[in-house]
Design a protein around this ligand. Structure first.
Ligand SMILES: [Zn+2]
Length: 257
């Protein structure tokens, strides 16, 4: 969840953070809010109990390249116990609204940040398999990598070999997505994740309406049938995997925070 807030929304953002965060956090947010545009990727997820951090590509378009100063602000935020991953981040050549060198610059910064922060990396990739996988091979060897909204069924063997987590969203339920069906059936159990991606990718048979988190149950039902296991067993497996993929999430759940 990325919110690109205008300066006039600062007060609302400040209030949200005030309820959640200590003085240090507020100072960091103030710094991020320093320009006319700001990047604030935390509010909803901090409230919901988790957060992933990234600069949205929309921000890049409006604000130009991410600066060292902005990244320093984000880096400080990675210390927050409820920030469980860096991302989503990656390449989107489908929309291709942003110069590819800018996308690469930001992606590399996020990969390096995940290394320094000791956090997993959540990767978005659309029509950019080759570039994404080659940057990851070069720079993300020791990271936990989660391929969000998995879309690379033709590269299944390669990404499994690399030990990436494959996170399937509502589109795995679509009738024509036979390659995704096969991938969801074949991925080793310990690398399987399922996600909502709400409000996008509403699962069948509700496709066309806005998605919401509760509908992820339909994804579970569909994938359980594909793998010929019970929904309960699948849910237990995915919960275990999520704990391995996102250690800070496991800590929080374990400690009941
Ligand atoms: Zn995405």
């Amino acid at each position: 969840m990325v919110i690109v807030a205008k300066a006039r929304e600062l007060e609302r953002v400040r209030q949200l953070f005030h309820a959640l965060a200590d003085e240090t956090r507020l100072r960091i947010i103030d710094r991020l809010l320093g320009g006319e545009q700001c990047v604030c990727d935390l509010t909803d997820r901090l409230e919901a109990g988790q957060s992933r951090l990234s600069f949205h590509l929309k921000t890049l378009k409006e604000a130009g390249l991410v600066t060292d100063e902005q990244m320093a602000g984000v880096e400080e935020l990675t210390g927050h116990p409820r920030v469980v991953a860096v991302g989503e981040t990656g390449f989107d050549f489908y929309r291709d609204k942003w110069p590819r060198d800018v996308q690469e610059d930001v992606f590399v910064r996020h990969v390096d940040l995940a290394h320094r922060a000791g956090l997993p990396l959540v990767v978005h990739t659309r029509d950019a398999a080759e570039t994404t996988l080659s940057v990851l091979a070069e720079r993300a060897c020791e990271l936990r990598v989660i391929l969000h909204c998995f879309s690379l069924p033709s590269r299944l063997d390669e990404v499994v070999e690399r030990g990436y987590y494959l996170s399937f969203a509502g589109n795995v339920t679509y009738e024509k997505a036979s390659e995704l069906h096969e991938a969801a059936r074949a991925v080793p159990a310990h690398l399987l994740l399922l996600e909502t991606d709400a409000p996008w990718l509403t699962p069948a048979p509700l496709r066309g309406r806005p998605n919401r988190p509760a509908l992820v149950a339909k994804v579970y039902g569909f994938v359980a049938a594909l793998r010929s296991i019970s929904v309960e067993d699948l849910a237990a497996q995915v919960a275990t995997n999520a704990g391995h993929a996102f250690p800070r999430l496991a800590e929080q759940l374990g400690s009941g925070k």
